[in-house]
Design a protein around this ligand. Structure first.
Ligand SMILES: *[C@@H]1O[C@H](CO)[C@@H](O)[C@H](O)[C@H]1NC(C)=O
Ligand SMILES: *[C@@H]1O[C@H](CO)[C@@H](O)[C@H](O)[C@H]1NC(C)=O
Length: 260
């Protein structure tokens, strides 16, 4: 009887049963991020390492470049949703509080066998990031570059800047623009452009905003601002808040002003 009493006191059953499926879903996305990390590494390897010279990779391996673009698109969409749903973290904290209280009371609930305390701790670190999926990709890219010391860093950053350039030109040029039949394809192109810019900025020693950068940042920001889509603001915020070098002295006043 005492057991039941404490059970109902400490565990509002409805809240718990609503949170469990959500936590299971969060776990699936967390595990997906680990797979994404490995997939990105193989993709970067294929897109930067021999046999082709760096300038030919994207052309010769268009299917892989498309996969990379799909990953970036997913990543930016996921993080956008995560940022606009602060309830995710509240619900997850509730879950963690509940399982740690249960441990004190020596209770174990079914759901815990799926997301135990250790897994919950790892997931909590992941969801504490403002943009967890993007952070996963930039970590993986940085790691890839530092592990392959024989591979010049430019081979990776050139691949990223070329992709940014392709996207910008597609968005700027009326002939290409007219082929974007719906806003989804337009958004796809914008997200991929912003994704590669952010990765470039994390991996390149001086980043994407410096004068020596191979990305035409002014052009990219302008083309984003010219789009009618409502998602533009989120993407501009991604450039403002998830890049590393925007506030460096090497960033021109013009670029700063464009992002204000
Ligand atoms: C990224 O790497 C840092 C430093 O190694 C680590 O603390 C952080 O948890 C990683 N984040 C993700 C999402 O992988
Ligand atoms: C890059 O690193 C990965 C693992 O860290 C390795 O398998 C691969 O062979 C390396 N590639 C080059 C070109 O060094």
């Amino acid at each position: 009887m005492g057991f039941l009493f404490s059970f109902f006191c400490f565990l509002p059953y409805e809240a718990w049963s609503a949170v469990c499926p959500l936590v299971a879903k969060l776990k699936r996305f967390y595990e997906f991020s680990l797979r994404l990390e490995n997939a990105l590494r193989s993709l970067l390897e294929a897109l930067t390492c021999p046999p082709y010279p760096p300038t030919q990779h994207l052309e010769r391996e268009q299917a892989l470049a498309k996969q990379f673009a799909e990953i970036l698109h997913f990543t930016l969409s996921f993080d956008e949703l995560k940022m606009t749903n602060p309830a995710i973290q509240n619900d997850f904290s509730y879950y963690r509080r509940t399982i740690s209280r249960n441990r004190i009371n020596n209770l174990q609930l079914d759901a815990e066998s799926e997301v135990n305390n250790e897994m919950a701790n790892r997931m909590s670190l992941f969801y504490a990031e403002a943009t967890p999926m993007l952070k996963t990709l930039s970590n993986a890219t940085t790691k890839f570059v530092s592990e392959n010391k024989t591979l010049p860093i430019e081979d990776t950053t050139d691949c990223l800047s070329t992709m940014a350039c392709v996207c910008r030109v597609m968005l700027e040029t009326p002939e290409y623009r007219s082929r974007f039949t719906n806003t989804e394809t337009l958004l796809f192109c914008m997200r991929v452009m912003v994704g590669v810019i952010i990765l470039y900025d994390h991996v390149h020693p001086v980043g994407a905003f410096a004068k020596t950068s191979k990305i035409d940042m002014k052009g990219c920001i302008k083309v984003l601002k010219d789009q009618p889509s409502t998602s533009t603001e989120g993407l501009l915020n991604a450039l403002r808040y998830t890049t590393r070098h925007l506030n460096d002295d090497t960033t021109s006043k013009q670029i700063r002003a464009l992002l204000q």
